[in-house]
Design a protein around this ligand. Structure first.
Ligand SMILES: *Cc1c(COP(=O)(O)O)cnc(C)c1O
Length: 403
């Protein structure tokens, strides 16, 4: 049986999958089972942060696999302690909980909001439990994450949801403020909405949310699962909004450079809300997962990727905006920061994504008619320029099918 046959026969049909079997990767490129090479700006949906099979990452994972893979959280392991120290060093005084995915990181944030609400209401459980999220948000597929994700295509069939989630308009502070009452425990947003089409919170909006949270004793929870970990040219995306520090951050995707790991950072002043037994994960923070994440952070630092992303994204964004000027009927807007970019198309992106794939360029879609560009953080200026050429060719062919 071919791989396609095996998927047809045995794999759950819960994804709209491209007809492509990938067998190997190196840097910003992947190869299919027929030996065709693709420039990969899907990066496993912002996961393979330092490219495919980076030699430093491979060596660290191989070394750790031979030494110690898993111990559970019944015991300490040196990699988890070191990774927590590195993440705290970036976010500020606090502590880290490790899990395995973005939605699990967000579950931890939602559980934190419940503990905070209980403390706020003098120990009464269940009274102060409301969380204000944003319309068009995406926070994951588990019940907490899904309940914070007000999208019919994601919630349909799975109701009843977790109660207590209400939704304001992104970048409309008054709409969030109007939802606050004495049962509100937290405000929870993506610093930059990813799945719904690369919609950033403005710095003023984030500062406004911080002030609302301070005034009403609410936690400011930021989902940086997609936008964090250097993708925007700052380690955390909220660093673009001077003066904003959240109470907790959810991260995952790029953290392990391809190995599954998620994390919640929380400020020291809330860390005492958790105590032994109050939350946990069998796999969370294994030596192998943490070694993969440490290697990823090493590469970000040693190769000065933050500086490179800032420097290289400016001409890249300019070239993409040039495409919008060249093909205004097809490409309406270019949004995003650093290596997290959304191309707002005038219509359905599916035929574009298919044509780009056939040309040798892999990209995911998002939200409302958007193509996402998620190069690995290690992408070179040349690879960014190639992406513009792939796009130009496909826009030109769609504009004039006779060419
Ligand atoms: C991908 C994503 C999630 C869910 O992460 P999983 O690892 O798929 O559970 C949550 N929030 C945001 C912002 C994401 O982009």
């Amino acid at each position: 049986m071919t791989t396609a046959d095996l998927y047809d026969a045995y794999v759950l049909k819960n994804y709209g999958r491209a007809p492509l079997t990938l067998v190997r990767g190196e840097g910003a490129h992947v190869w299919d089972d027929e030996g065709r090479c693709y420039l990969d700006f899907s990066a496993g949906i912002a996961v393979t942060a330092v490219g495919h099979s980076h030699p430093h990452w491979v060596a660290a994972v191989q070394r750790q696999a031979a030494e110690l893979v898993h111990t559970s959280n019944l015991y300490r392991n040196p990699r988890q302690g070191e990774l927590a120290r590195r993440l705290v060093g970036r976010a500020g005084p606090g502590r880290v909980f490790f899990c395995n995915s973005g939605t699990e990181a967000n579950e931890a944030l939602i559980k934190l909001s419940r503990l905070h609400g209980m403390k706020k209401s003098g120990g009464e459980e269940g009274r102060c439990h409301k969380v204000i999220c944003a319309k068009n948000a995406f926070h994951g597929r588990t019940f907490g994450g899904m309940s914070a994700t007000p999208q019919e295509k994601i919630q349909k069939g799975f109701r009843p949801l977790v109660p207590g989630f209400v939704f304001g308009e992104l970048n409309n502070l008054a709409s969030f403020e109007a939802l606050i009452d004495d049962r509100t425990a937290a405000i929870f947003v993506e610093t930059i909405q990813g799945e719904s089409g690369i919609n950033p919170c403005t710095p003023e909006f984030l500062r406004g949310l911080r002030a609302l949270c301070d005034r009403h004793d609410l936690l400011l929870l930021l989902d940086e699962v997609q936008c964090g970990l250097a993708r925007t040219g700052r380690f955390y995306a909220f660093e673009h909004a001077a003066g904003v520090r959240p109470d907790a951050i959810g991260m995952a995707k790029g953290l392990g450079g391809g190995f599954p790991i998620g994390a919640m950072w929380l400020d020291e002043k809330h860390a005492g809300l958790f105590h032994p037994g109050s939350h946990g994960s069998t796999f969370g923070g294994t030596p192998l997962a943490c070694a993969a994440a440490l290697a990823t952070l090493d590469i970000i630092e040693r190769e000065n990727l933050l500086e490179k992303i800032v420097a290289q994204s400016a001409p890249w964004h300019a070239a993409l905006r040039g495409l919008a000027a060249e093909f205004p009927a097809q490409l309406r807007e270019v949004r995003g920061l650093g290596y997290l970019v959304g191309l707002q198309l005038a219509g359905d992106p599916a035929p574009y994504v298919a044509a780009l794939r056939e040309a040798g360029f892999l990209v995911p879609t998002a939200g409302n008619n958007v193509i996402r560009l998620l190069p690995p953080l290690t992408a070179t200026a040349d690879e960014l320029a190639q992406s513009v050429e792939f796009l130009r060719r496909v826009f030109a062919a769609k504009k004039n099918p006779g060419l």
